[in-house]
Ligand binder design. Structure first.
Ligand SMILES: Cc1ncc(COP(=O)(O)O)c(C=O)c1O
Length: 451
């Protein structure tokens, strides 16, 4: 018997609210949840999901939401993308697990081949697969340490790299990610990010990099640095796009100093910014690239890809994990990448930018509460401040985001001061749906910050 999973053909691509929010079935689930699930895990939406397809998420009461979050930059190919659904179904029926470290299989090799091809640079590369972004970042650091014989890792203000012990240390923001969870892993050093909106006006990428190098050289010592780790556009930190030249200067400093330049492309990867990887916009070729999220259309998969001589510096058996490169996740990744190529989702991300940016700038001009509009492709954000100042306004950010949810549009927040509204629509979202989502956003701004 074949069970038809919901796809774009079976779920209307529309915003439709049919109950109060949360509806009765969501309220029932919330009551069960609070008796069974720790309150330490939070959720953005007050409703419970029954299905999702393309650019919409449908809750258990039949309310249909426009998704401008993609499960935090994961469903770049859209929810229940048909090729991904079919690939997962076929793979799970063939075999769902052997452990690549026990019985290897083609899907893992094929995903590694794709990663080696797609990541920036035409040098010889090797990949290893994992489950989560945090795991990918941890393993990139492991590779860099073994390959260089050094231990220090340089990270940046506003960085987010995950919630495991090492990646908490690599992450900047205390609440909610780190508070009370220490002691953290050592040999992690934080330096200032290039943050054009908050840096002194006119600060170039090269000047911001020089500020970082001065700290690295005086406080760590270049010869102790195993790796410089950076998100080419910061994710949870608030979609901070460094000034042009910053990433290239870091990469060049690493080359001169014998350190490994690691790009954390977990949130920026896989067509999100209008390129396969955000490093490409700056012409930067990282030594190692950490990937996850968008790689497999919603299945848990992550990778580290980089220079063959670095990746192969680790002793055999040094990298791995029970589920890393799970065959079902690999099948999903291959279908995801195929879909991205066939549908040219890099172009789709650029088209989303062309639709959204003028609307976001118009909001900024009309309301006076947006200090900065930034991002690339379908990774866009507005930073909210008190009018006439650069003081972060997290209360307004939260109010506007919640107002969007109440009207059936999923939005997310970010930023060290929780004052950034960020937008990560599925790249397949229809133009009508996107425009309707922006209309709702407009109305939310006008209701809460209107002039
Ligand atoms: C840039 C970046 N790195 C790492 C991570 C951690 O990924 P995961 O939540 O899959 O461990 C995230 C997650 O948001 C991220 O945005």
């Amino acid at each position: 018997m074949t069970t038809l999973l919901p796809g774009p053909d079976t779920v209307a691509q529309e915003r439709r609210l049919v109950t109060e929010l949360p509806g009765p079935r969501s309220r029932e689930l919330a009551a069960r949840r609070s008796a069974a699930v720790t309150s330490a895990v939070g959720s953005v939406l007050p409703v419970y999901v029954e299905r999702a397809s393309g650019g919409v998420v449908v809750d258990v009461d039949g309310n249909s939401f426009i998704d401008l979050g993609s499960g935090i930059a994961v469903t770049n190919v859209g929810h229940a993308a048909p090729e991904v659904v079919a690939a997962v179904q076929a793979q799970v029926a063939a075999f769902s697990h052997t452990c690549f470290m026990v019985g290897p299989y083609e899907g893992y090799v094929a995903v590694a081949e794709e990663l080696d091809r797609l990541t920036p640079g035409d040098h010889e590369k090797r990949s290893a697969l994992f489950n989560t972004g945090a795991e990918a970042v941890e393993n990139a650091v492991k590779v860099a340490r073994v390959a260089t014989g050094r231990s220090a890792v340089v990270v940046f203000d506003h960085a987010y790299h995950g919630r495991t012990n090492l990646t908490m240390a690599l992450t900047a923001k205390n609440m909610p990610y780190k508070n009370g969870f220490g002691p953290f892993a050592g040999e992690v050093y934080r330096v200032p990010m290039s943050y054009p909106y908050r840096d002194a006006p006119g600060t170039t990428g090269e000047q911001a990099a020089a500020r970082a190098f001065d700290l690295i050289e005086t406080q760590i010592g270049a010869r102790n640095v195993a790796a410089v780790l950076i998100e080419p556009i910061q994710g949870e930190g608030g979609f901070v796009v460094p000034a042009p030249g910053f990433l290239a200067a870091l990469s060049e400093w690493c080359r001169r100093s014998g350190a490994v330049f690691i790009a954390d492309e977990v949130q920026t990867g896989f067509c999100r910014t209008g390129a396969w990887f955000a490093s490409e916009h700056e012409g930067v070729v990282p030594d190692l690239v950490a990937t996850a999220k968008g790689i497999a259309g919603g299945m848990p998969l992550a990778g580290v890809t980089g220079r063959a001589e670095l990746m192969d510096a680790v002793h055999t058996g040094g990298l791995g994990g029970t589920y890393g490169g799970n065959p079902v996740a690999c099948a999903a990744a291959l279908a995801t990448i195929r879909t991205m190529r066939e549908q040219d989702l890099n172009a789709a991300a650029r088209a989303i930018e062309a639709t959204m940016l003028p609307r976001l700038h118009a909001i900024a001009e009309r309301t006076g509460v947006v200090g900065d509009v930034r991002g690339r492709g379908a990774m866009l954000a507005v930073e909210l401040v008190e009018p006439g100042t650069t003081e972060p306004d997290s209360a307004l950010t939260n109010a506007i985001s919640k107002a969007c949810h109440a009207e059936g549009v999923i939005t997310l927040t970010a930023g060290t001061h929780s004052n950034v509204l960020r937008f990560l629509p599925p790249l397949v979202i229809g133009q009508d749906l996107l425009t309707e989502g922006l209309d709702v956003l407009d109305a939310a701004f006008d209701a809460h910050a209107g002039k």
